[in-house]
Write a protein of this length. Structure first.
Length: 276
């Protein structure tokens, strides 16, 4: 029996990408999956593509109190209590010069990527605490750990990802001794879209793709598949790790970054040294 055998796992934003790849991997390990996504039709189709009886799909906008409450009621009624919540839904980055980013774009990122996660936790955590068993996973980003220069084009997105990381620290402390554990997943560069090369969605004054690589160590520009990222996540969860990152060599890089006083410019200096 695997760690996931017989467990019910709810994954938000799992109609596509890393979320769906994780759902598929977990069904192979004996888990029952609940897929929640803003695209309700996509969520149902994703669930139906998995082995019969292993998954259900529901529409949910994590920004809306009423929709999260409706999702909770449907999940409890049709699937029972959940063992693991994987907060994976995200507002994709709107890219462009940070000084041109509107306040509305900042609000949108925080409402989905931070407050949406809190809404889901508040909906499903009480049952976990009552059972003294459960696991919450928040999906952040490798860029929240190692702030490579491309973040200059995605201010609201990276701010929300940093908040997810800090929020996970807070919940880990708050839930110590309750039987509920917390993990934070920080994917590296992952091809999760049908855009050429997995490029970010266009925004105003969209920078050229090459601009995203300026000042970035070459090893951190290599894309992996969603399946690869999901595999790293599942392995880390089976080991009950707090911080899980699919970016190769991230721990060594993180230690070096700390030794450089967490100075973002130290990353640029490293990249320049590679090319000199």
């Amino acid at each position: 029996m695997t760690y996931f055998e017989g467990k019910t796992v709810l994954i938000t934003g799992a109609a596509t990408g890393i979320g769906f790849a994780t759902a598929r991997r977990l069904t192979e390990l004996g888990a029952r999956i609940v897929i929640a996504d803003l695209d309700g039709t996509g969520a149902e189709a994703a669930a139906q593509s998995l082995p019969a009886g292993c998954a259900r799909g529901f529409r949910c906008d994590v920004r809306e109190d009423a929709e999260v409450a409706k999702l909770r009621e449907a999940v409890i009624t049709e699937c029972g209590t959940i063992d693991m919540l994987i907060n994976n839904a995200a507002r994709p980055p709107v890219t462009g010069p940070i000084i041109d980013t509107t306040l509305g774009e900042w609000r949108d990122a925080l409402e989905v990527n931070v407050l949406g996660y809190v809404q889901m936790i508040k909906a499903f955590l009480p049952d976990m605490i009552a059972r003294r068993s459960g696991h919450i996973v928040n999906t952040s980003s490798g860029l929240a750990l190692l702030p490579d220069p491309p973040i200059r084009f995605m201010g609201p997105y990276i701010a929300s990802k940093g908040a997810q990381l800090s929020m996970s620290y807070a919940f880990a402390h708050a839930l110590a001794g309750t039987g509920v554990s917390v993990s934070v997943f920080c994917p590296g560069v992952t091809n999760t879209s049908d855009r050429p090369g997995g490029a970010p969605p266009p925004g105003p004054n969209m920078p050229a793709p090459a601009d995203f690589r300026i000042g970035v160590p070459a090893r951190r520009t290599e894309r992996v598949s969603a399946d690869h990222a999901a595999g790293i996540l599942v392995e880390g969860l089976a080991r009950n790790e707090f911080l899980i990152c699919s970016q190769a060599g991230y721990l060594t890089d993180l230690i070096a970054f700390a030794k450089d006083n967490f100075d973002p410019q130290s990353i640029v200096r490293e990249a320049l040294a590679e090319t000199s």
